[in-house]
Write a protein that binds this ligand. Structure first.
Ligand SMILES: Nc1ncnc2c1ncn2[C@@H]1O[C@H](COP(=O)(O)OP(=O)(O)OP(=O)(O)O)[C@@H](O)[C@H]1O
Ligand SMILES: [Mg+2]
Length: 328
């Protein structure tokens, strides 16, 4: 039996085999209705997110049906080539930009349906943001402690704000920077103050777009440690866009974006061998979208000369993908 035969038979089996009773159909319909909606238990749920920019009549599809689920308490990295849509996604999650189509929910907020007032509250209370440009994160004429206290003041939570500012600065290892203004701080210290500012109102999600992009690797490491601290101590869910391989390899989950879609992800877990030695084991996964589409890595398909059409074979515990042998 050839592989192509198998794939055709497998395809026919679902529709023509075993006569279906009415009872069975009803049971299936009920199961479908009762199935929880996509991403119901995720803190961040992006469902077929589309963002099209039009400049002078020219369209750019920055996001082309992006799916992403992030659980509460995760610390994850987002990587991808320049122009792949990372910042576009971050701006949408930050409530600064609105998607063209699709659905996006963060901590119960519907990012497409929010009115101006809800959006303002969302930006102040639900998300915190750290930008790449150190100068953009802090007000130059305020001290570190005053910068951290400001968002609390805007929210109207003036009580205990000085105390909380000190606590946050201490937690991130920059208590001694308290009374200094941004120009009296190093780039790495400024970014850690920026994390404290972003955490001031205890947001559900902390977003950072290339937060270590302007720093050398040792300083970047310290800034990343501050994110980790916030994640561990406060349980804040954190999404970091990064080009920094060191950062990407230190988180448990790294999602890659390609052409405006999530294309693959690397999960890392700690394994302990028989001698009790710990090591981090990484495994790469491809994303299967809700329509069943799968992107195969280019080096895999090229190695086997696969293009246009492949044969599929359903096995007990995996699916085989074979080069097209119909012509042979
Ligand atoms: N405001 C805008 N107007 C028009 N096009 C835009 C706008 N913002 C982004 N784009 C386009 O959308 C695409 C995705 O851009 P985006 O900034 O999200 O990429 P990125 O992954 O963050 O890249 P980088 O790693 O260089 O920061 C690019 O083609 C970009 O030119
Ligand atoms: Mg960007």
């Amino acid at each position: 039996m050839t592989k192509t035969d198998t794939s055709i038979r497998a395809g026919a089996a679902g529709s023509a085999s075993d006569p279906t009773t009415l009872e069975e159909l009803e049971r299936k319909a009920t199961a479908r209705r009762d199935r929880p909606s996509y991403g119901h238990d995720a803190l961040i749920a992006c469902d077929r997110l589309v963002r099209i920019f039009t400049t002078d009549g020219v369209e750019v599809q920055a996001l082309q049906g992006l799916d992403l689920l992030v659980k509460e308490g995760e610390l994850m990295a987002l990587v991808g080539a320049s122009g792949s849509g990372k910042s576009t996604l971050m701006n949408i999650l930050a409530g600064l930009d609105v998607p063209t189509a699709g659905a996006a929910r963060v901590a119960g907020a519907d990012l497409l349906a929010m009115d101006g007032k809800a959006r303002l509250r969302y930006r102040r209370e639900v998300v915190g943001f750290v930008w790449q440009q150190t100068a953009r994160n802090l007000l130059p004429y305020l001290t570190a402690a005053q910068n951290v206290a400001l968002p609390m003041q805007l929210k109207g939570r003036a009580k205990h704000k000085a105390e909380r500012a000190e606590e946050l600065l201490a937690m991130l290892g920059i208590a001694d920077a308290r009374d200094r203004r941004p120009h009296q701080l190093s780039g790495g210290q400024q970014q850690r103050v920026a994390i404290a500012v972003a955490l001031a109102n205890n947001p559900a999600v902390l977003l950072a777009d290339e937060p270590t992009g302007e720093l050398d690797s040792a300083t970047g490491e310290q800034v990343f440690a501050a994110f980790r601290r916030a994640n561990e101590e406060l349980g804040t869910t954190i999404v970091i866009v990064t080009h920094d391989q060191a950062v990407a390899s230190e988180v448990r989950r790294t999602v890659a974006i390609r052409d405006g879609r999530t294309s693959s992800e690397v999960l890392r877990r700690t394994e302990v061998d028989e001698q009790g030695k710990e090591s981090l084991v990484a495994r790469e996964y491809a994303m299967l979208d809700r329509a069943g589409r799968l992107q195969l890595p280019a080096d895999y398909t090229q190695a086997l000369g696969m293009e246009h059409r492949v044969a599929l074979e359903l096995e007990q515990d995996h699916i085989g993908v074979w080069p097209d042998d119909a012509e042979a």
